[in-house]
Write a protein that binds this ligand. Structure first.
Ligand code: ZN
Length: 668
């Protein structure tokens, strides 16, 4: 239920003062299609000593899980990472040579992807250094790491790095193929999709109102011809890393802010020890009901995008604390959830009678780890188990120091000048995009996903492979529709009833044009969030044609967006929201599929090429991620922590090499 990285914030914004030291350097590294940034942790120094210790212990627990994700992403990722790092550190030749530069780029990509595949497209990275260079460097290593220790290991490593057909895609979603056999991730071994589906079908109890999240923390393998799970737990798979995580969680529990939080952390430890998914549900309920603690965290096997069957959770952790002043915004939205549900443009039959506690807050991230590092979401809505969400609510957060870093880093990158024709529109974006973009995320996460209901008997999975695209479409439309509502001004969340136009402009520009910069020439759009934005933008443009609501105009051979009637555009968003809600509530698969196929997938080739050309001149990375700050405890003579200092100076390569050195419990 994460909202993807909101790359739309790439649009340059001006002077939104967030009391940042003027000399804070957001830019860390740039390679391939990636820019690495750093983020600030404002307010950390004002936390109590106890809270600082809690944050410190939780960040250590977060870093200890890094190897798990590498291994989940591919069975030889850890060995390859270790080998590449050894070659990198050992290298004595010309560091400006083409071969070494290409090698360094590849290693940076592997670090960023937590393995040999791109974090977003999941396509395998293509090395630009030669096999001869690689083998030469391997020969120079005195001690041979696991990846090249035997002839068989070396052959496998060479094939993995250099054969483009081999382990080509981490997550294959192509209809009609065996998604498990054709995906290169390490969540299954020696089993077919059919075998896995039959295995879980045999475990699931029909009509269980509170089903556990089957497969969330296990690898499915075949042993002696029998399909079975290898569970991630103490004594099971990833035991060494899990023990390290528990060590730090235990320390965290000793300085918890209150009893509820202490018991929550202890329940998480129980779950890591037993691997019992019932314990994970118990933990999730305790976690979602802890709304009092200032410091909070995610730590575990959570999101299942890395599994083509959507079952196994990728390991991740985020440690954070509440941003009290900014949280006022989401608290206001949440406490008015009922008003929003009642006034939404959807059919009364599809509305919730009672809107259940969506707790929402704005947080400051202290560490990003596992599947949330270096690329990270800007908003999170958990837990994922539907029955827990229905009975106990969900926690929804916006990570504002991350959105702030995106925003600050984009200043002066030339994007607005290239893609926004009118000065008036640029001014609008400068003035209102930061606040309306954050509000859009708040509305999407706090209210959008939680709104509406299914008609009795409708299967929640009825929309099948289009389910996530349509769900994101629904949440985005809910947010877009309400951004333009006078209610937001009345609630004191916006000071100008026209502010919403900034987000409308950016959203349409992104959906119709600029998000195409992330797609390779000739390819269609696959990712759910990108499909959803395109669906909304294309549908609105087509349905507003007769009134000329939105148009694409040409000037000097370049295409620009023009919005002629913002009020009518809002009406169109409302209309589409009502239809998408109907599709979801009734489980109308055919109507959903038609919308996706007609508006969300196909790319206009000439427009695409134009965007790529214009974009390449700007040299803006399509993807961004972050290095973490370093937390350094200060000890007294008796060995007690008296303070925790935060340091922002570490670079990308240094951080990756340090993590490999200090947090590699699974590397052999
Ligand atoms: Zn979402």
């Amino acid at each position: 239920m994460k909202k993807g990285i909101l790359f739309a914030t790439i649009i340059a914004l001006s002077s939104f003062d967030m009391t940042t030291a003027a000399n804070f350097n957001y830019h860390v590294d740039r390679f391939a299609d990636i820019e690495v940034l750093r983020y600030e942790v404002p307010g950390f120094d004002e936390l109590s000593l106890n809270q600082k210790k809690l944050v410190y212990y939780l960040t250590e627990a977060a870093l200890e899980g890094r190897d798990i994700l590498f291994d989940q992403n591919g069975s030889n990722n850890l060995a390859i990472r270790q080998l590449l790092e050894k070659i990198y550190v050992n290298y004595k030749g010309d560091k400006n040579s083409k071969e070494f530069k290409a090698f360094e780029k590849y290693l940076k990509q592997v670090w960023f992807g937590n393995g040999i595949h791109h974090h977003y497209s999941t396509d395998k990275f293509v090395p630009e250094f030669s096999k001869a260079f690689f083998l030469g460097e391997v020969r120079k290593l005195k001690e041979k790491p696991e990846a090249v220790r035997t002839k068989a290991a070396l052959d496998e490593t060479v094939k993995t790095i250099f054969d483009p057909q081999y382990r080509a895609k981490r997550v294959n979603q192509a209809a009609g193929e065996d998604l498990i056999v054709t995906s290169a991730n390490n969540l299954y071994e020696g089993v077919t999709q059919k075998e896995v589906e039959e295995y879980y079908a045999s475990l699931k109890k029909p009509n269980d109102p509170r089903p556990i999240s089957y497969g969330l923390n296990a690898k499915v393998v075949k042993k002696d011809g029998k399909v079975e799970e290898e569970v991630y737990c103490v004594g099971g798979l990833y035991s060494k890393a899990i023990k390290r995580i528990i060590y730090w969680l235990d320390k965290a529990a000793s300085v918890a802010e209150n009893d509820v939080q202490r018991r929550t952390i202890q329940k998480l430890i129980d779950y890591y020890i037993s691997g019992n998914l019932k314990s994970f549900d118990d933990y999730s309920i305790m976690w979602v009901e802890d709304t009092k603690s200032r410091v909070d965290f995610i730590n575990g096997f959570i999101e299942s995008y890395g599994d083509p069957l959507g079952m196994t959770g990728a390991w991740e952790s985020i440690v954070n604390f509440k941003n009290e002043s900014a949280s006022h915004r989401t608290e206001v939205l949440s406490s008015n959830a009922k008003w929003f549900e009642e006034h939404s443009p959807v059919d009364a039959r599809f509305k919730k009678d009672e809107v259940k506690g969506v707790s929402a807050k704005v947080i400051t991230a202290c560490i990003l780890a596992g599947d949330s590092y270096p690329a990270t979401p800007i908003g999170i809505n958990l837990p994922n188990a539907n029955w827990i969400r229905a009975e106990h609510g969900s926690k929804s957060v916006t990570i504002e120091n991350i959105t702030d870093a995106y925003d600050k880093a984009s200043h002066g990158n030339g994007f607005n000048e290239e893609f926004v024709l009118e000065q008036a529109d640029r001014d609008l974006l400068d003035k209102y995009l930061f606040i309306t973009d954050n509000l859009h995320t708040d509305l999407h996460e706090c209210l959008g996903h939680g709104s509406g209901k299914l008609l009795p008997g409708v299967d929640p999975d009825a929309l099948k492979e289009h389910g996530s695209t349509l769900e994101e479409t629904r949440a985005d439309l809910f947010a877009l529709y309400y951004l333009a509502d006078q209610k937001l001004v009345d609630l004191g969340l916006l000071d100008n009833p026209n502010a919403y136009k900034a987000e409308y402009y950016k959203y349409m520009l992104n959906g119709l044009m600029t998000q195409l910069m992330r797609i390779e020439p000739g390819k269609d759009i696959e990712e759910a969030h990108m499909r959803n934005r395109k669906l909304i933008a294309e549908w609105a443009m087509e349905h507003g044609k007769k009134d000329n609501v939105v148009e694409l105009v040409k000037k000097d051979g370049k295409t620009y967006l023009k919005i002629n009637d913002y009020a009518k555009l809002r009406g169109l968003f409302g209309e589409l929201l009502s239809e998408i809600q109907r599709i979801k509530s009734e489980g109308d698969y055919d109507a959903g599929r038609e919308l996706v196929e007609k508006y969300a997938v196909k790319v206009d080739q000439s427009l695409h090429q134009e965007i790529l050309n214009r974009y390449s001149k700007l040299d803006i990375a399509p993807y961004k991620g972050f290095v973490n700050p370093v937390y350094k405890p200060v000890y007294d003579n008796a060995g007690n922590i008296t303070d925790v200092k935060i340091d922002y100076t570490e670079g990308y390569v240094d951080q990756m090499l340090r993590y490999a050195r200090d947090y590699s419990p699974l590397t052999k």
